[in-house]
Design a protein around this ligand. Structure first.
Ligand code: COA
Ligand code: AMP
Length: 634
């Protein structure tokens, strides 16, 4: 048996022993009494009885161990022409001060804090400061509109919100304060304070609409630094909202102890990084990749983490990633396939690469969506290093399948997400719950218990947690993805079984977009589904039926609908394609056939379902899609 196989077998046959050993690499104030409580919520719960602090493990312990002078964070911002290095000692001071500021504003252990910020070091300081106090943060991606922020405010009920005066996109500034004020108007829950970081690029007016704002630096100046608060391993570290099938996002709850153990383990065994290495996850703190691999894992492992405020292209060009690798001696780069596609589109020959020395780079990891074999092969040829697709979800916080580069590199199969990672007993089930034969497509599930760091519940909604993930196949976690396992045990993740789509590595709910479309006064009915896009992987496309008697022009209505999606969900949804139809294809029981419309748009073959109400509607839909340019010819 290979070393990987031995470890994998140990992890599924004796998970408690496996993770108990891994937990030795985390500093505990009080050792845990029980490694795994299998009976907890069906999913299991790790390290109960233990006490620790995530910020201590990510920051203070490295200072104590003599690594205070090492860079903890490198902030590289081409959009503001800034590079800033923050040592572990400085990060300890910054988190102690800002945790003090939060405490002075009334935040204590267990209180929620929403963070709605751009990619600046203060965003990481904010997350770590919450962890320092035992407060529960919930980061909301900056590309979400006020309405989405309001939904999260009402669900998480934060005491304090942390934001900044602006974010900087390629061609414009995003002024967060008006969005925040609008969200606070929309939300029923009221917060005590908003702490606002003023950036030199734009000064936000404080206390203009709501009298609760306080300047970031002022908040710090009013407070004393504080030490780390011991928390239970099973206490929540953060809530991260992700898309499900409805407009109401799912609040994934991550605990402190299991998370720290798995983060540390993954840095060594999957990414092959050791203290002092420079690790760069080119994502955003608003996503799980940002939580795990911009903030927590690299710091817990004593690496240097890189915060990049820019894009793979146009800040200033398609050589941006290679420039950053060169400038900061990046050893591991992690991004989404869409970013590589964007670079490939601008610079198909990869000519920018020759301007830089990227010899420090040992591995490129991709996730967020399936890596299409063309893109993976292109990057492999260009960089001459292993390019590794790995599959994971907000729910898990680390890879379910991948390639354990720190244990021993495995063969790379283009198009596959790799082998199940230790801890994840991945299986394929048919809709009746029977195990599928090797090579056959089905529901990808993980046999319980889930390993440490996987979510323990949905925020204040254990019922939805159970219904959405645990109830379909008792004893298994339903991933929501479909695919198969091949003869060599490799997992092939081919698509979703629900209405979630993946736009530029961002997970979105078509149901949420449909809710916005339906709210337009002229819309009687609608359907949204994902269509293939060469750059972003998928894009949402909407078809709407208008109410009878509507007098506005169709152009006006369509423009309003697109604007409404941008205003209510955010620019990140990239909802720009919508057409008017007279009817939508449905089954006789009234279920809209989104999957069939998706296949028509993507030019895929399909079988007309026997249960369809009126097959002629498919021709009408095909005509509307042709007008929108679908199916696309390559
Ligand atoms: N705040 C405000 N607006 C934001 C934002 C933020 N933090 N991030 C993105 N947006 C806006 C963009 O400006 C854009 O607006 P536009 O419609 O006015 O152009 C829109 O949201 C879509 O953004 P994005 O998905 O980033 O697309 P893009 O066309 O600007 O860039 C890529 C395309 C491929 C370069 C980009 O998607 C990318 O780098 N992706 C990396 C993927 C990633 O980080 N995935 C996370 C999971 S690993
Ligand atoms: P998120 O929770 O935002 O990280 O999105 C998780 C979803 O993205 C998964 O359920 C998959 O549908 C998709 N996904 C992420 N990584 C991969 C991958 N490597 N291969 C295929 N799909 C992926």
């Amino acid at each position: 048996m290979s070393k990987y196989q031995t470890l994998f077998e140990q992890s599924v046959n004796n998970p408690e022993q496996f993770w108990q050993l891994a937990a030795e690499n985390i500093d505990w104030y009080k050792p845990f009494d029980k490694t795994l409580e299998t009976e907890y919520q069906a999913s299991g719960r790790w390290f109960s009885g233990g006490q620790m602090n995530t910020c201590y493990n990510a920051v203070d312990r490295h200072v104590k161990a003599g690594r205070g002078a090492q860079a903890a964070i490198i902030y590289d911002s081409p959009v503001t022409q800034t590079v800033r290095k923050i040592s572990y000692a400085e990060l300890q001071r910054l988190t102690a001060e800002f945790a003090g500021a939060l405490l002075a504003q009334g935040v204590k252990k267990g209180d929620r804090v929403i963070i709605y910020m751009p990619m600046v070091p203060e965003a990481l300081v904010a997350m770590l400061s919450c962890a320092r106090l035992g407060a529960v943060h919930s980061v909301v991606f900056g590309g979400f509109a006020a309405n989405e922020l309001a939904t999260r405010i009402d669900d998480a009920k934060p005491k304090v919100i942390l934001s900044a005066s602006c974010g900087i996109e390629v061609n414009r500034q995003i002024h967060y304060k008006p969005l925040l004020d609008e969200a606070l108007d929309l939300a029923s829950h009221q917060v005590d304070k908003c702490i606002i970081l003023q950036r030199p690029q734009h000064f936000a007016k404080l206390n203009e609409l709501h009298q609760q704002d306080i300047d970031w630096n002022e908040a710090i100046s009013l407070a004393e630094p504080v030490d780390c608060t011991p928390v239970a391993a099973t206490d929540p570290l953060y809530i991260l909202y992700t898309s499900g099938t409805t407009g109401q996002p799912r609040g994934v709850v991550r605990d402190n102890g299991g998370h720290a153990v798995a983060m540390q383990w993954s840095m060594t065994n999957i990414y092959n990084n050791k203290p002092g290495d420079v690790y760069w996850a080119a994502s955003d703190i608003g996503w799980v990749v940002g939580h795990s691999y911009i903030c927590y894992a690299p710091l817990i492992a004593g690496c240097t983490t890189l915060i990049y405020e820019g894009k793979p292209v146009s800040t200033p060009d398609a050589g941006a990633f290679w420039r950053v690798v060169n400038d900061h001696q990046v050893k591991t780069l992690f991004t989404a396939p869409t970013a590589i596609r964007a670079i490939k589109k601008e610079d198909p020959e990869g000519s920018f690469l020759s301007q830089y020395d990227t010899s420090s780079l040992q591995n490129l990891f991709l996730a967020g969506e399936r890596s299409d074999p063309d893109t993976l092969a292109w990057a492999e040829k260009l960089l001459s290093i292993p390019v590794i697709d790995h599959w994971w979800q907000t729910e898990t916080a680390w890879a379910i399948a991948g390639n354990p580069m720190g244990i021993e590199p495995q063969q790379i199969k283009h198009g596959s997400a790799g082998l199940p990672m230790p801890g994840y007993n991945v299986q394929i089930l048919d809709d009746e719950g029977d195990i599928k034969a090797t090579g056959e497509m089905g529901n990808i599930v993980v046999k319980l218990p889930l390993p440490p760091s996987c979510f323990s519940t949905l925020w204040q909604n254990a019922e939805r947690f159970h219904e959405s993930y645990m109830a379909t196949f008792p004893g298994y976690y339903l991933s929501g993805d479909s695919g198969y396992i091949d003869n060599d045990g490799y997992v092939w993740v081919m698509g979703r079984i629900d209405d979630v789509i993946n736009v530029a590595g961002h997970r979105l709910s078509t149901g949420a977009i449909e809710e916005v479309l339906s709210s337009h006064p002229a819309v009687a009915e609608c359907a949204v589904f994902g269509v293939i896009d060469q750059l972003k992987g998928e894009l949402p496309l909407g078809l709407v039926i208008l109410k009878t008697g509507v007098t506005d022009s169709e152009d006006k209505i369509l423009t309003e609908i697109i604007q409404r999606a941008r205003d209510q969900i955010g620019p990140v949804a990239a909802f720009k394609q919508v057409a008017i139809v007279n009817r939508l294809p449905k089954t006789r029981s009234g279920k809209i056939l989104r999957g069939i419309m998706k296949k028509i748009a993507n030019g895929e073959t399909f079988k007309t379902p026997a249960t369809i109400d009126d097959p002629a509607i498919l021709d009408e839909v095909a005509t509307a899609l042709i007008d929108l340019g679908y199916p696309k010819t390559a």
